[in-house]
Design a protein around this ligand. Structure first.
Ligand code: NAD
Ligand code: WQD
Length: 339
C-alpha cells in the first residue's frame, strides 16, 4: 500500500516511514522542512537501504497535494505535519491555526477530491484538556485545552468528526499520542527541532551535554509520590509501530472516527525520569527545582487497552530503552542532522 506521510521528515514521521517500509508498505514523504531537514532522507536510506520519495512542499498547497496523490496512486495519508510548540503557539495563534487547522482542511479537500479513503491523524493526549482523570480512556469528553496548539488538535478532531458524518466511506483514524521520546536504536534518526526545545527529554540532553547549565524541574510540590509531575512517556519506535498496526488492523467504522490512545499505560515522574536516565547512561543530569510551569497537569497517563484489544498493539520498550536511545542519538548527532 502506498502511504503519503505529510510532515514525514519530522521526528515521528521519519520513524513511521521506517516502520512502514519494514512492514511492506511504500511510504512517500511531503514536508516543507519548517522543522526538519532533507538530510533525514539519507538517514532513512541508511536504515532501510531504500530511497523513500521525498517531495518538498506545503500542506496548504492543495493543488500540489492532489498532484502527488494522483501521480503516485496514493492509497492512504498519514498526517503528521504541524507546528508543535505549546509555548510558541501562545504568541503565534494565527500561524498555529493556519498551519494545523487550515492545513488539515487542505489535506481533507485533497483526499476527498482524489478519493483517497484512508486517513490517519496525529492527535495528542492534550485534547483531553486540563481536567482529564488518569488513566485516560478514549470516551472521555474532549476540550478544555489551554493553548492554541492544543486547541488546534481539538479543532481538527471536531472537523474530522463532521467530515466522517458527511462522507461515511472514508476511514478516519485519530491516534492520540502521549509523550513520545527516544530515537531509532541505530542512532541514525531522532528528534531535531529547530524551535527552542521546551520538552523534558530534549532539555535533559542539553543539560547533560553542557549546552545549558542545568535542567529546571518545574515544581516538586505536586500531589504525587515525589512531588513532581507524572507523564506517560512512549518510545517513538513503539509509537511508529502503532501506526502500522492501525493502518493494517483498525476495523472500518461506518459511523465515527476511530480513535486510539497511544501510550504505555504507565506514568513516571520527572524525578523518576532523571534517575532512570542517570542509571541507564551513567551520565549525571544537572538540575535544580524551580516553580511550577503554568498549565502543567499533575499527572496524565493512558489507558491503552483499546489499542491492545482492537489492534493487537502495545508498547514494548521500557523507560530505560527510551533514555538509552535518546542519549545514543544525541551523542552520535550532537548538532542534529547536517544542513
Ligand atoms: P516535527 O516538528 O518533528 O514534525 C512535523 C513535520 O511537519 C516537520 O518535519 C515539519 O517540517 C513539517 N511541517 C510542518 N508544517 C508543515 C506544512 N505546512 N507543510 C509541510 N510540512 C510541514 O513534530 P513531531 O514531533 O514529529 O510531531 C508529528 C505530529 O505529531 C504533529 O502533528 C504533532 O502535533 C503530533 N504530536 C507530537 C507530539 C510530540 O510530543 N512530539 C505529541 C503529540 C502529538
Ligand atoms: C513533561 C514533564 C514538565 C521541561 C507536551 C505537550 C503535549 C504533547 C507532549 C504534543 C512535565 C516537566 C519539562 C523542563 C520539567 N505534545 N518538565 N522541566 O507538557 O507533558 O506535553 O508535549 O501534542 O501536548 O503539552 O511535555 O516534555 O514539556 O513535560 O520539569 O524543562 O516534564 O513539567 O511534567 P508535556 P513536556
Amino acid at each position: 500500500m502506498k502511504v503519503l506521510l505529510t510532515g514525514g521528515a519530522g521526528f515521528i514521521g521519519s520513524h513511521c516511514a521506517v516502520e512502514l517500509y519494514n512492514e511492506g508498505f511504500e511510504p512517500y514523504i511531503l514536508d516543507n522542512f519548517v522543522n526538519s531537514k532533507p538530510a533525514v532522507a539519507d538517514r532513512i536510506r541508511k536504515i532501510t537501504g531504500k530511497d523513500i520519495p521525498l517531495f518538498e512542499g506545503d500542506i496548504l498547497d492543495t493543488a500540489y497535494l492532489e498532484q502527488i496523490l494522483e501521480e503516485n496512486k496514493i492509497e492512504a495519508v498519514m498526517h503528521f505535519a504541524a507546528l508543535k510548540s505549546v509555548g510558541e503557539s501562545v504568541g503565534m495563534p494565527l500561524e498555529y491555526y493556519k498551519n494545523n487547522v487550515a492545513g488539515t482542511l487542505s489535506i481533507l479537500e485533497a483526499i476527498k477530491r482524489c478519493s483517497v479513503k484512508n486517513f490517519l491523524f496525529s492527535s495528542s493526549c492534550t485534547v483531553y484538556g486540563e481536567n482529564a482523570l488518569s488513566p485516560v480512556t478514549e470516551g472521555l469528553p474532549l476540550g478544555g485545552t489551554t493553548n492554541p496548539y492544543g486547541t488546534s488538535k481539538f479543532m481538527v478532531e471536531l472537523i474530522l468528526r463532521d467530515f466522517k458524518r458527511a462522507f461515511k466511506d472514508f476511514q478516519l483514524i485519530s491516534l492520540r499520542y502521549f509523550n513520545p521520546i527516544g530515537a531509532h536504536p541505530s542512532g541514525h534518526i531522532g528528534e531535531d527541532s529547530r524551535t527552542k526545545p521546551t520538552n523534558l527529554m530534549p532539555l535533559i540532553m542539553k543539560a547533560v551535554s553542557g549546552q545549558i547549565k542545568e535542567l529546571s524541574v518545574f515544581g516538586n510540590d505536586y500531589p504525587t509520590h515525589d512531588g513532581t509531575c507524572i507523564r506517560d512517556y512512549i518510545h517513538v519506535v513503539d509509537l511508529a509501530r502503532a501506526h502500522v498496526a492501525a493502518i493494517k488492523r483498525a476495523k472500518f467504522s461506518p459511523d465515527e472516527v476511530v480513535t486510539y490512545n497511544i501510550g504505555t499505560g504507565h506514568g513516571f515522574s520527572v524525578m523518576e525520569m532523571l534517575e532512570t536516565f542517570e542509571k541507564t547512561t551513567g551520565e549525571t543530569v544537572p538540575f535544580k527545582i524551580v516553580g511550577r510551569r503554568p498549565g502543567d497537569l499533575t499527572e496524565i497517563y493512558a489507558d491503552p487497552s483499546k489499542a491492545l484489544n482492537e489492534l493487537g498493539w502495545k508498547a514494548e520498550k521500557t523507560l530505560e530503552d527510551m533514555c538509552k536511545d535518546s542519549w545514543n542519538w544525541q551523542t552520535l548527532n550532537p548538532e542534529g542532522y547536517p544542513d
